[in-house]
Ligand binder design. Sequence first.
Ligand code: UT7
Length: 328
Amino acid sequence: MTGQNAGIIGMGHSYPEGILTNADLEKMVETNDEWITTRTGIKQRHKAADNEYTSQFGTRAALQALERAGLEPTDIDIILCATTTPDQIMPSTGALIQAQIGATNAAGMDVFAACSGFLYGLTMVESMIRTGQIRYALVIGAEVLTKYVDYTDRGTCVIFGDGAGAAVIGPVPEGKGILSTKIKSDGRYEEQLYAPGGGTKLGTSHQTIDDRQHFFKMKGNELFKVAVRSMADISAEMVKKAGYTVDDIDIVIPHQANQRITDAVAARLGVPDEKVYSNIAEMGNTSSASIPIAIDECIQSGRIKEGTLALLTAFGGGVTWGGTVIRF
Ligand code: UT7
């Protein structure tokens, strides 16, 4: 690829202190720790309090990422906040975070691509930096999913948790940064994961509230199969496009949807388990936040160092998916 390479130059993450354990869920729906652990790998998830909301976590993650990048908020040209659980319908959570961090030179907006949103954001700013249109971007994945989860539906409520991760993206030397990236969607699968109420199609009414239409609805096992195939295929394609083989990849950071999905993607790609990062036991599925939180944890623990070749892959409602190969 010609032009300026773009890469991650600072990361941060944040999540609510509140924790919802499998034992807590046992008191809410007919489920048990053994089922949740064996079917999802999840032991606990973080849950925002009633007075906590998405932009707060996005802001904390963004400020930490800026500090680690050694940049000021005013250095940022664009803020893309990937979220499916915005503070409110308008203005965008990206604009709210812009105000909260004081990024007065930036444009702030949201990326609405469910669990793939962080990779959507990375892909968009990569080309903006490559072409010289901007210098520094903040890509944030921030979610308070627990406020959209129906705690009477055991098929969805056990997997989702809250949190945010942020990346400062900027110019990096040739051979480093994002080496290949691709995003895709297929809206024909709309009803596999959706929240039907509250938009212009099914506006909020007493009836939609009574019918619980504003909560997420998910056909989990159907989504499962499409997720594995889509993530494995786009990953293989992006590794090849970057000029590598799967054996060259040092670490795979998949969207933390379900441990069984992660295991199946790794098996399909032929990547040994020790190269695949998972924090799902402690974090649950945090949608667009899961990949940036995981990257930051890997940097902080030393699992990602200068020179590490990483494969990122995501899949989510829409359906949407993506793959990115990045050299740190
Ligand atoms: O983040 C990106 C988008 N989301 C995903 O990628 C999620 C993908 N899907 C999944 O993670 C899994 O499909 C779930 C964890 C949501 C469900 O696991 P599953 O193994 O696909 O279960 P299932 O829906 O096929 O249900 C199997 C059985 C059913 O009972 P019967 O009909 O066999 O008697 C369910 O009613 O398990 C039952 N079940 C539960 N039992 C105890 C479903 N949820 C629960 C539960 N506790 N929480």
